[in-house]
Design a protein around this ligand. Structure first.
Ligand code: ADP
Ligand code: MG
Length: 259
């Protein structure tokens, strides 16, 4: 694909940069299940792409292939023009470049909040301890949990834990952040505090892939909505167009159930 191709999100909230993540004809099976089918997806620097679709359509698997938590059977994935590394130190660096936030916060339970946000910096990025701590505190402040730094994850609310998880990913200076249903496990009153942090990140120009059922977030933060069903990308559109005038019957049917 060429750099001059017209972006689909010209009306989106942030201007799209060059191609950062490119999936080209990606296929993956789990046994007989063809979970990703001929996936072509380009994510430009600074772009916010929201992925929606029915349960089991392959959204999580798609995210997981991008930081190589899952391998693919065919096709290619490149980040910044480079193919995903296979193993070793390069793979650890990839996982730092591609920040991931899961539904279950996945913090280290036996480490404090501060230590959680320092760990990757000192281990993978080889940042010295003082600098790692300073950065961790700055990021914890930024996501609104600076006063919780010395607590353990279990002492925090779900919304606070998820914001720590975001800070931990950000501490690695990721090129792109993947969010896989980051608010699905939260009590309703905590959803917005996490979405607000994500919204701010989007405004600050972070490249983001967000799997979510939060359509308000999709409308206000996304440059583009990608609709998946049965392992395929069925439709891609600018959010306003997608929500008001979906083209495919699958998308119409899905939206009629959730909106
Ligand atoms: P989504 O996130 O859209 O709900 P997933 O990517 O989690 O979808 O799953 C897509 C399909 O792949 C589902 O049918 C799921 O059961 C199946 N699947 C996911 N992970 C595995 C796995 N590790 N082994 C076998 N099947 C899996
Ligand atoms: Mg999922």
């Amino acid at each position: 694909m060429s750099e001059v191709s017209v972006t689909k999100n010209a009306e989106g909230p942030a201007p799209a940069g060059d191609q950062l993540v490119v999936l080209d004809n990606v296929n993956k099976h789990f046994g007989a299940l063809h979970v990703l089918q001929d996936i072509d997806l380009t994510i430009r620097r600074g772009e916010v792409v929201v992925v929606i679709g029915p349960s089991g359509s392959g959204k999580s698997t798609l995210c997981r292939t991008i930081n190589r938590l899952e391998t693919i059977d065919s096709g290619s994935i490149t980040i910044d023009g480079k193919p995903l590394p296979q193993e070793g130190r390069e793979l650890a660096r990839l996982r730092a470049d591609v920040g991931m936030v899961f539904q279950s916060f996945n913090l280290f339970a036996h480490k404090t909040v501060l230590e959680n946000v320092m760990l990757g910096q000192t281990k993978v990025r080889k940042t010295d301890k003082a600098a790692a701590e300073e950065k961790a505190r700055t990021l914890l402040d930024r996501v609104g949990v600076g006063t919780q730094a010395d607590k353990y994850p279990a002492q925090l609310s779900g919304g606070q834990q998820q914001r720590v998880a975001i800070a931990r990913a950000l501490a690695m200076d990721p090129k792109v952040m993947l969010f896989d249903e980051p608010t699905s496990a939260l009590d309703p009153e905590m959803i917005n505090e996490v979405l607000d942090v994500m919204q701010q990140l989007a405004r600050d120009g972070m490249t983001m892939v967000v799997v979510t059922h939060e359509m308000g977030f999709a409308r206000s933060a996304a440059n583009r909505v990608v609709f998946m069903a049965d392992g395929r990308i069925i439709e891609e559109a600018e959010p306003n167009q997608f929500f008001t005038n979906p083209r495919s019957d699958r998308a119409k049917d899905f939206l009629s159930k959730i909106l």
